[in-house]
Design a protein around this ligand. Structure first.
Ligand code: FRU
Length: 424
């Protein structure tokens, strides 16, 4: 293992400003996800799935193995018969079951010959392998043609630690299995100097690792979600964070409580076992409290950074839909500018504000997400809305310079491979 001291790289965070966020327009058809019909199919009646993590290589290419596509998903059992989730009318309270899912999230995998119609694989790690109660989002990386896979993910409660576990993908004519995944290695936690800790803010976020190789300098880095370090309430929303706003928009209210950032770390070794935290690439102080699951698309020599965010995590005086937001730069360390002026790339329509979430933009312009909840035709179904916990229709976007456009819609959970790796 080669270890080298990298020193401080030039890295000034770019700012997603309040002025940028004022340009966010819900329901612009070029940045709005087509309506998801309430009559959607579910992947499984036994489990809910949400964050979907396609198997990929370090360059971001979605990979199949011996012709088998593989996805990892955050997964939790559904409890239709558990007395704990039966309401006072004797009905299954699926909303409460769904809302409780984060506390029992586990990593599962699924496989397919067609890039859709996913077949159940099972749990990636056996019970007891992961050191904490929750297995939160990350990235499964196919390392080589021996089928070795590094799963980077977040071990949560107690604490939040970026970890990884190595295993192997094995295929037969009939399916795929994941073997190994027995030794979880802690990589790093928030440091309190650049990235906020739990002690500084009980609502802190530090999760969702996305390792990658920089196409320009060839080094191994990792994006993750964080909040800017400092005690809760101590952040300052100044001129820089506000940006160039029209008269009457200077009041920032309580927006100092919203402090999201996209973090980055650099590996000191080729295996990605030893990491150094660097200052955030992007901060959203005074704008939004969550920039989740950050990831890159490398295209035309540019760095397109995408991250998911919610309406409810926006600060006072700014708003936008649940969906995926994006920023572009000519070099890894920025400066980043918001795509489409505002940052919004693909948001939910106002008529179905919670229809999907956790969008992941693949290098082929296909965007996968999960169905959260969709309003129903109450007369037909007797319900106001239907909970998903399953794959949403994939959306196609075109990324052009500093703009993006919705251009296509595909089948539910369509995640076709971009490369096929034949195992040796
Ligand atoms: C996004 C997310 C991730 C987190 C997981 C927890 O949907 O909030 O940031 O890892 O879900 O369930």
């Amino acid at each position: 293992m080669k270890t080298e001291k990298l020193g401080q790289l030039p890295n000034q965070p770019s700012l997603w400003t309040r002025a940028d966020a004022l340009k966010v327009h819900t329901d612009d058809p070029t940045t709005t996800q087509p309506l998801v019909h309430w009559n959607f199919p579910v992947l499984s009646n036994e489990v809910f799935i949400w964050d979907t993590m396609p198997l990929r290589d370090m360059d971001g290419n979605v990979a199949s193995v011996n012709g088998w596509s593989v996805i990892f998903t955050l997964t939790a059992d559904r409890h239709p018969n558990d007395p704990e989730y039966i309401d006072k009318n004797g009905m299954y309270d699926i909303s409460r079951d769904w809302n409780d899912r984060h506390g029992r999230a586990k990593m599962y995998y699924w496989f397919s010959r067609t890039g859709k119609d996913w077949q159940w694989g099972g749990r990636v790690m056996a019970e007891g392998v992961s050191p904490t109660t929750r297995e939160w989002a990350g990235s499964p990386i196919l390392l080589n043609d021996r089928g070795e896979v590094d799963l980077y993910y977040t071990a949560v409660t107690p604490g939040a630690t970026i970890v990884k576990v190595r295993g192997r993908v094995v295929t037969t004519e009939h399916g795929v299995s994941m073997v190994g995944f027995e030794k979880v290695k802690p990589l790093f936690e928030a440091d309190g100097k650049m990235y906020q800790t739990e002690a500084q803010n009980p609502f802190w976020g530090f999760r969702d690792p996305w390792p990658f190789r920089d196409p320009k300098d060839g080094k191994l880095y990792m994006l993750f979600e964080g909040n800017v370090a400092g005690e809760r309430g101590s952040h300052v929303v100044g001129k820089a964070e506000i940006g160039d706003v029209p008269p009457g928009y200077e009041n920032v209210g309580n927006s100092r409580f919203q402090t999201a950032c996209v973090g980055i770390a650099v590996a000191r070794d080729e295996d990605g076992d030893d990491w150094e935290l660097l200052p955030p690439l992007l901060t959203a102080v005074g704008v939004n409290d969550q920039t989740e699951r950050p990831h890159f698309l490398f295209q035309d020599g540019k760095y397109y950074m995408f991250t998911i965010s919610h309406k409810f995590t926006y600060a006072d005086g700014v708003t936008g839909p649940d969906g995926v937001y994006g920023f572009v730069a000519d070099s890894l360390f920025g400066p980043y500018v918001p795509l489409n002026g505002s940052g919004l790339v693909l948001g939910n329509p106002s008529s179905q504000p919670f229809q999907t979430y956790s969008h992941y933009v693949m290098p082929n312009g296909l965007v996968t997400s999960f169905i959260d909840s969709v309003p129903t035709d109450e007369l037909t179904t007797g319900m106001k809305f239907r909970i998903g916990g399953t794959e949403a229709p994939t959306v196609g976007i075109k990324v052009k310079g500093q703009q993006t456009f919705v251009v296509a819609e595909y089948d539910y959970g369509y995640i076709p491979p971009m490369i096929d790796v034949t195992l040796k």
